[in-house]
Each structure stands twice: as structure tokens, then as C-alpha cells.
Design a protein around this ligand. Structure first.
Ligand code: UFG
Length: 340
């Protein structure tokens, strides 16, 4: 019988958590999901069972429930926690900052409290390129100054700082901070993918809904940026590559490496219009668009220098923009109404 370390995934039923769940099983781990389904649907569990061919271990509940989390860590002898659970809509965070402080900061505090009462001191955290604020240049390296431009970004930055303070207080803590750039795409089975509630805030799911006929056209937020075609440039990363980055982060920490904070991107930028064209190609459907004013808070360009993740984790992104669009389209066209 091989030893399969147990990994607790807070928010594991969500978009990135569910893809990471599959990747962890394939890598020989035993993932356990904790999710309150506030921004995910229980229907994902049956899909995960179909993909992995085994029953899905899932506890419904909140990461803020310290006793529940303590109990899970003890019962499953959790080796590492991956903390995905958190709200992530930038605009909503501006309108309702307290909701973000309470959930994202309160959730992290409760999790650290729960872990502190156990022997588990290894944590991987879903951070974001948003911690670089409005970067002075691209590509972005991990030593760029951190700042924030909205309450959501502020919570990511403070969570990173909380982890740093825990490490100072007790060097037994080992933490892996993954700064995601723009996760897109879906599992190649078409069984799981991103299922935003209401109109998508992010580009790729919006484009997918236009291609499938759910929305008439895309608003392109600005075509007068200082970029090759005037539209915003981002580092889109396939969620399958991102899932593999979590596996690499867990393996690296469990092998005794020091704490780290790394960019998780491809190192390549693509404009909004490039994404539109790639999606049309992948789907064979037109994606009508109109040029709209710039969206408040957007930056012209944001893409990673992804070499540190390769050096420290032995991980690098492999999938192309075409792959991302093909998989996103398979998910969208097979599940036009998401998980139902
Ligand atoms: N865009 C459009 N139309 C849309 C949606 C987006 O033109 O309907 C454009 C944006 O202006 C931007 C690009 O597409 O140029 C990407 O926008 P997204 O909303 O998909 O992604 P962002 O880069 O704005 O935001 C992402 C994450 C945030 C995170 C931020 C910075 O969604 O959580 O990166 O790291 F804070």
C-alpha cells in the first residue's frame, strides 16, 4: 500500500480547486474538499467522480469554522492545506469591501488558527498578480513592489503578509504563495470548467458565452492602450497548467523546501483581440464585439516573468492560447448553462 498524503482543499469545489483536485489524484495524493458552495455548485462533485473514477471526499462547510477545520485536519491526517476559498470579484469588492475583508481575511485567520492547534504547518495559498497593483513595467518578477488598487487585491496582499508573520513567529510554518495571472480554459473532458454566476466579469468566459449565443456581443474595454493593437494585454494560463503548479508546490514543500512566492503565468501576453480571434478559430463561431470605454482600474499590460517557478518548483506552463480556447469552448458548448 503506497502512502498517499492527504491534502485539504478549502474552496475545492470552485473553478481552480476542482481542476487541482483531479491533478492531485493523478499525482498520487488524496485530496479532500471543504466548500460552503457559496460560489460553486455541488453538481461539480459528480463530475469529479466521473473524471477520477472514485468517490469524492467532500465536507460541506466554511473555512471560518475553526472546529470543523481542526476536526478535518485530525481525522484525515492532512499533510498540506491548499487555501483557495475566497471571493474574487474586483468590482464587487469595491462596492462591498467589508464582505471581502470578512470572508477573505477572516477565512485566512480562522484557517491559521485551526492549523495552529494541529501539527499541520504547510500551506499553499491562492494569491494573484493583483498584488503587483499597477506594475511599472512588464514582465513582472516576484521582487516587484506590491500594492493594491481595490479591496479584493488588498485582501490578497494582507493574506500574504499574514503568512509571512506566521513564519517569523514559528519557522515550522512553510508556505507556498502562488500568484496567479489570468486562469482560463477547462478540463479536456469538458465535464468541469468555470461557471460564473450572472454575467461574467472576466474576458474568456464572456467570450465563450458570446460564441455559444447566450450574449449578443463582447464589450472590448478600450482600444487606445499603449499595446500593439491598443487592447489590454494579459498572461492567460490554462487552468490545467495552473492545477499542475499546485501539485508541484505541494511536492516541493513536502520535500522540505523553504517557503516561496512565485508567479504562475506563461510569461507571454495576449491582447483582447488576439483572444477573440483565437476563440473564433477554436469554436468556429463568430464573436461579435464593440469597442467600449476603458474599464476603471484596468492596466494596459500585465504578464509574468515565470522563471522563478521553473527554478523552484520545476514547473512551467505548457499549453497554448489555442488549447485554452478549445477546452473553454468544449466546456461552454457541452454545458451552456454551467453545472445544472
Ligand atoms: N475585458 C474586456 N471585456 C470584458 C472583460 C474583460 O475587454 O468583458 C478585457 C479587460 O479590459 C482586460 C482583459 O480583457 O484587458 C482581461 O480582463 P479580465 O477581467 O479577464 O482579467 P483582469 O486581468 O482584469 O483580472 C484578473 C483577475 C483578477 C485579478 C487581476 C489582476 O480576474 O482577479 O487579473 O491580477 F485581480
Amino acid at each position: 500500500m503506497t502512502n498517499k498524503p492527504s491534502i485539504l482543499l478549502t474552496g475545492g469545489a470552485g473553478y481552480i480547486g476542482s481542476h487541482t483536485f483531479v491533478a492531485l489524484i493523478e499525482a498520487g495524493f488524496t485530496p479532500i474538499i471543504l466548500d460552503d458552495f457559496s460560489n460553486s455548485k455541488p453538481a461539480v462533485l459528480e463530475r469529479l467522480q466521473r473524471i477520477t473514477g472514485q468517490p469524492v471526499k467532500c465536507q460541506q462547510g466554511s473555512v471560518a469554522d475553526v472546529e470543523l477545520v481542526q476536526g478535518l485536519i485530525h481525522r484525515h491526517q492532512i499533510a498540506t492545506v491548499i487555501h483557495f476559498a475566497g471571493f474574487k470579484a474586483v468590482g464587487e469588492s469595491v462596492a462591498q469591501p467589508l464582505k471581502y475583508f470578512e470572508n477573505n481575511l477572516g477565512g485566512m485567520m480562522a484557517l491559521l488558527n485551526a492549523m495552529q492547534s494541529t501539527t499541520c504547518r504547510t500551506l499553499v495559498f491562492s494569491s494573484s498578480a493583483t498584488v503587483y497593483g499597477d506594475p511599472a513595467s512588464v514582465p513582472i518578477t516576484e521582487d516587484f513592489p506590491r500594492s493594491h488598487t481595490n479591496p479584493y487585491g488588498h485582501t490578497k496582499l494582507v493574506c500574504e503578509d499574514m503568512l509571512a508573520a506566521m513564519r517569523v513567529a514559528n519557522p515550522a510554518w512553510r508556505t507556498g504563495v502562488l500568484r496567479y495571472f489570468n486562469p482560463v480554459g477547462a478540463h479536456p473532458s469538458g465535464l468541469i470548467g468555470e461557471d460564473p454566476a450572472g454575467p461574467p466579469n472576466n474576458l474568456m468566459p464572456y467570450v465563450a458565452q458570446v460564441a455559444v449565443g447566450k450574449r449578443p456581443f463582447l464589450n472590448v474595454y478600450g482600444n487606445d492602450y499603449a499595446t500593439p493593437d491598443g487592447t489590454g494585454v494579459r498572461d492567460y494560463i490554462h487552468v490545467q497548467d495552473l492545477a499542475q503548479a499546485h501539485v508541484a508546490a505541494v511536492q516541493t514543500l513536502l520535500h522540505g523546501a523553504d517557503s516561496f512566492a512565485v508567479n504562475v503565468g506563461t510569461g507571454q501576453g495576449h491582447s483582447v483581440l488576439e483572444v477573440v480571434r483565437a476563440f473564433e478559430q477554436a469554436s468556429g463561431k463568430p464573436v461579435p464585439y464593440q469597442i467600449a470605454p476603458r474599464r476603471a482600474g484596468d492596466v494596459a499590460q500585465c504578464y509574468a516573468d515565470a522563471t522563478l517557478a521553473q527554478d523552484l518548483l520545476g514547473w512551467r506552463a505548457k499549453q497554448t492560447l489555442a488549447n485554452m480556447c478549445e477546452d473553454s469552448w468544449r466546456w461552454q458548448s457541452n454545458n451552456p448553462d454551467g453545472f445544472v
